[in-house]
Structures are given as C-alpha cells and as structure tokens.
Design a protein around this ligand. Structure first.
Ligand code: ADP
Ligand code: MG
Length: 250
C-alpha cells in the first residue's frame, strides 16, 4: 500500500527526434504542493498532459491513489479524482459565474455516468445548483455568482476555474501556470488560495512565478530538456549547483 496520491514512473514521450519526456519519475504526497519548474520547452506541459490523460506516453506508468491509470482516458481519470486547471481558460466568458460552475457540475455528473437530461433545464436542477454553489463558496466567489464571467478580474477567473474543477471532488490537482497573466496582487491572492487548497487536495503545480513557487512548494522538481535533474525542498533546489547552472542561469 502507498499513501502517495500520484506516482509517475519512468515516463518517456518523443515527438520525432525530440525527447519531450525522458524517463521522468515523480510523486505527490497528501497535503503537499509539488512544484514543477524548468525553462520554456522543457516538457512541463507535455508531462501534465500525460498525467491528465490527453497525451499517451510512449513508455512508463502513472498511478493515481495506487491504481494504474496509464490506459485510462481523461474522463476516467477525472472520475478517479484527478482535477485540473488549464493553461488556456476553459470558461464561457459570456456566461455568469454560476452558469460556468453549473456546467462544471454537469460535466462532473457526466464523468460519473449520471443522467444528463435536457440542457435547457440545467439551471433549474437543484442538485447541480447546490454542487455549483458549494464550489463557488469554497473559492470565495459566492457573492459574484450572478456576475458575467468576462467582468471578473484575472484572479477571480482562476478561482472560478478551480471552482469548476472542485465540482468533480478531486483528490489531487494538476495546474499548468495558474499565475500566468496575474498582476502582483492577483498572484499574491492566488498564492494564499492555493496554500489553503492543498489541505483539500494536493497540487502538482507548474509555475514560472518563482516567488509563488518558493512560497508554496513543499518540494520542487526541476525539468530540463525532458529530464528531472533535481527534486528537493526550496532550499535544496536553490543551493543545487546543477540547477543554478542549468536553470537559474549561473
Ligand atoms: P513547457 O511546457 O515546459 O514549456 P512543452 O511540454 O510545451 O514545454 O514542450 C516540450 C517540447 O515538446 C517543446 O520543444 C515543444 O515544442 C515540443 N512539443 C510539445 N507538444 C508537441 C507536439 N504535439 N508535437 C510536437 N512537438 C511538441
Ligand atoms: Mg507549458
């Protein structure tokens, strides 16, 4: 038995001659934020896509809560508790905040193989509304429920994306650059938010914002040219000569 929430074993993925993932192994522990950093093109997003199921590895194995999910599609992995937010927003900008959350709850119901019913009735479905409202209150957006999504700040949109993901009751989160496009105060708010979210579900966090990474991460893995060159605490990574040379530019 393992209490590891996620285990990635020896993943390899090539695009032609390019090894985007070169024997990558890492894991995620309960309650932790594990940050994945590395230069542009290092293979961070490619790794996240293989874990979420959008991209099939050439070789290697992925386990969620001790179960091998390598052969499962994204919907099946979501059903097993894998939540994610996207580098590009998946929100419907003209819809209200509540409508987006209800659509998330509808997706969660579909992932569990539940009844879908008529689309025009979804905003009257008490069960979907309750799930959506609960998710909004957990990210602190209950007051904004009737606002148009396009009128939210960047930071609030990120919180809404997390609320949509929460409707699936995830056991862990994959996040690909959630701080991108946020100003300093937005990043600070999101940092506090993720700091609390980790208790609910641990997070594998791809992030360029080093202040956020060093503030949040229990462990950091450094990916360079498809390979993990180091995994350790913030201090270990800061003081690792190979990391300083390869990534921090020394
Ligand atoms: P990162 O997220 O670390 O910036 P990516 O995972 O997006 O890096 O990309 C890693 C490498 O793989 C890059 O060189 C990128 O051009 C290449 N790559 C990513 N996806 C594809 C694809 N579908 N086809 C071909 N090459 C790809
Ligand atoms: Mg990327």
């Amino acid at each position: 038995m393992t209490d590891l929430v996620l285990q990635v074993h020896n993943l390899c993925k090539s695009f032609g001659a390019l090894k985007a993932s070169n024997d990558v192994s890492l894991d995620l522990r309960p309650g932790e934020i594990h940050a994945l950093i590395g230069p542009n093109g290092a293979g961070k997003s490619t790794l996240i896509k293989q874990i979420s199921g959008g991209l099939q590895p050439d070789t290697g194995r992925i386990e969620v809560l001790g179960q091998d999910v390598t052969a499962l599609d994204t919907v099946a992995r979501a059903r097993m508790g894998l939540g994610r937010t996207f580098q590009i927003s998946s929100l419907a900008m003209e819809f209200s905040v509540l409508q987006n959350a209800v659509l998330g709850a509808l997706g969660a119901r579909r992932a569990r193989g539940g009844r879908l019913g008529l689309f025009r009735n979804v905003m009257k479905d008490a069960d979907l509304l309750a799930t959506a409202q609960e998710a909004l209150s957990r990210v602190g957006l209950e007051q904004a429920a009737q606002q148009r999504t396009a009128d939210l700040s960047h930071g609030q949109r990120r919180q809404l994306e997390v609320a949509v993901a929460l409707t699936l009751k995830p056991r862990l989160f994959l996040m690909d650059e959630p701080m991108a496009g946020l100003g300093a105060s937005g990043s600070k708010d999101l940092t506090t938010f993720l700091d609390n979210l980790r208790q609910e579900a641990p997070i594998l966090l791809v992030e360029h914002d080093m202040d956020a990474v060093f503030a949040l991460a229990d462990r950091i893995s450094v990916l360079v040219y498809g390979s993990v060159i180091a995994t350790g605490t913030a201090d270990e990574i800061r003081n690792n000569p190979e990391v300083r040379r390869a990534y921090l530019g020394e």
